[in-house]
Write a protein that binds this ligand. Structure first.
Ligand SMILES: C[S@@+](CC[C@H](N)C(=O)[O-])C[C@H]1O[C@@H](n2cnc3c(N)ncnc32)[C@H](O)[C@@H]1O
Length: 262
């Protein structure tokens, strides 16, 4: 048998990644001098090989932290990102919306974290992908948070009764241009769903469709926050001009979130 520290060091992975995968393999944290049993070694070898081939660490771990929530995470949906967490923080700070919609919900992260922060809200999450929606529903059960899930193309997924009633609309839509997808890191382009990434030929197609339909769905004074690509702020400010938009930077100072009101 070999000690955990040596197993991690010999894996060909950055040490912190190897240590996290050892926790997955063993089902608990091992100390560096603890002997690793045969079954754990086998499980770890398989996980390490998948990681060396580019599978994201979060998919291999099976869970991810989003704000206050631990969520299930697998290849059915995009891995929730820190900039989306920032969008959620801005959305719930000092606001108590009654009706909330998360369009393009993926794993359900924005919808569920908002329901957690504002338990009195009626929260809806919608997505075109049945796979993503399946994961969002599992996350609803996993977190024991009550969100209504809908499948369909953008606003078409929503019950008609929500027209003109939404106090807070959140969305992290696909916004990568089709011909830029091949430049994404390999972990992303080969393992995360293309439908979650590519927003049409220019990357702005889905954002433009949201801008065109938003006015029919927001309540008077209703607010929206939408994640955008770092080069899209100018175009997005024009598309959302009727809503008095402002842009927020992410933690790295890049313009990544647009906000406005009906
Ligand atoms: C960038 S991912 C965001 C997922 C999640 N909200 C997050 O922040 O991690 C975009 C999501 O939009 C969904 N999607 C793509 N086109 C859509 C459409 N036309 N209508 C609804 N959802 C769509 C994808 O399936 C994917 O789950």
């Amino acid at each position: 048998m070999t000690e955990a520290g040596a197993v991690a060091a010999g894996s060909g992975l950055p040490r912190h990644e190897a240590e996290r995968l050892l926790v997955v393999a063993a089902g608990r944290t091992l100390t560096p001098f603890e002997e690793v049993d045969g079954e754990t070694m086998e499980q770890f070898a398989s996980l390490a090989s998948r990681r060396r081939n580019g599978e994201p660490l979060q998919y291999l771990e099976g869970t991810v932290q989003f704000g206050p929530l631990e969520l299930l995470c697998d290849s059915r949906a995009l891995i929730p990102r820190p900039e989306t967490e920032r969008l959620w923080e801005l959305a719930v700070k000092g606001s108590v919306p009654e009706t909330v919609v998360d369009l393009c919900t993926g794993s359900g992260c924005l919808a569920l974290a908002t329901k957690h922060a504002v338990p009195t809200a009626e929260v809806h999450g919608a997505d075109l992908s049945p796979d993503a929606l399946g994961l969002a529903m599992e996350n609803g059960d996993y977190t024991d948070l009550d969100v209504a899930w809908h499948r369909g193309d953008l606003f078409e997924a929503l019950p008609d009764r929500l027209r003109g009633t939404i106090d807070l609309l959140l969305s992290n839509p696909p916004y990568v241009a089709a011909d830029e997808a091949s430049a994404l890191p390999i972990d992303v382009r080969e393992h995360e769903p293309t439908l979650a990434l590519v927003g049409g030929r220019s990357g702005l197609e889905i954002i433009e469709r949201i801008a065109n339909e938003l006015g029919d769905w927001l309540a008077l004074g209703g607010r929206f926050l939408l994640e955008i690509g770092e080069t899209q702020a100018g175009a997005a400010l024009e598309l959302f001009a009727p809503f008095g938009p402002i842009v927020h930077n992410d933690l790295a100072g890049r313009p990544r979130i647009i906000e406005g009101r009906a």
